[in-house]
Design a protein around this ligand. Structure first.
Ligand code: SF4
Length: 209
């Protein structure tokens, strides 16, 4: 599966806020959004008024970049969400939140989605006792996620767990730091997905135009 390998801080600056793509650096004063709070490029500091379409495009790009997805996969989540019963935007967010790489990040085993994705790709993560190396694997309620034995010695996992301890844990997850494991208890709660904020309704309007 292809992925974006360019400079990620530029993406945050383009979207006008922190997307938290670089782990702990995002919480320090080294963050590029704090140091240069304007879009990248020669005309980054020019004043540009976005059209209604532009607003929706930017919101779509922002949400896609937060989760590190390319367009084809991201728009696929929109199509899937339109077939579900709930509000399309919330269903779309829920589907993406249930990706294994995202759950590994939210449980605190990695400090960024890129790192979480690497853990999954390198077969360091088990779901219900079985190795899963597909970052887009959809986690279901009551699934048990664990870091495999040998990977527990990887320094960045312990560092990420320690750092995550200072942040609030999502209510739908239960994490046991001692055993490097956790349970996905229930479906994600929309109200808790506020940082970075996304206006999923704009994303739906972008795709349904
Ligand atoms: Fe870079 Fe993280 Fe700051 Fe974004 S939030 S600009 S990824 S340091």
């Amino acid at each position: 599966m292809a992925r974006y390998i360019g400079a990620v801080c530029k993406l945050c600056r383009r979207e006008g806020g922190k997307l938290y793509l670089k782990g702990e650096r995002c919480f320090t004063e080294k963050c590029a959004v704090s140091r240069r709070p304007y879009p990248p490029g020669q005309h980054g500091q020019a004043r540009i008024k976005l059209s209604e379409y532009g607003l929706r495009l930017r919101e779509k790009q922002k949400m896609r970049r937060i989760y590190g997805l390319l367009e084809k996969q991201f728009s696929g989540y929109y199509v899937q969400a339109t077939h579900l019963k709930g509000r399309t935007g919330e269903e779309m967010l829920g589907l993406i939140e249930r990706r294994l790489d995202n759950v590994v990040l939210r449980m605190g085993f990695a400090s960024s989605r890129a790192q979480a994705r690497q853990l999954v790709r390198h077969m360091h993560v088990k779901v219900n006792g079985k190795y899963v190396n597909i970052p887009s694997y959809v986690v279901s309620p009551n699934d048990k996620i664990e870091i495999e034995e040998a990977a527990k010695k990887i320094p960045f996992i312990a560092a990420a767990l320690a750092a995550a301890g200072n942040r609030q844990q999502a209510s739908w997850l239960e994490v046991d730091k001692e055993t490097f494991s956790g349970t996905f208890k229930s479906m994600p709660v929309r109200d808790e997905l506020n940082e970075p904020s996304v206006r999923e309704q704009y994303v739906v309007e972008y795709y349904s135009r």
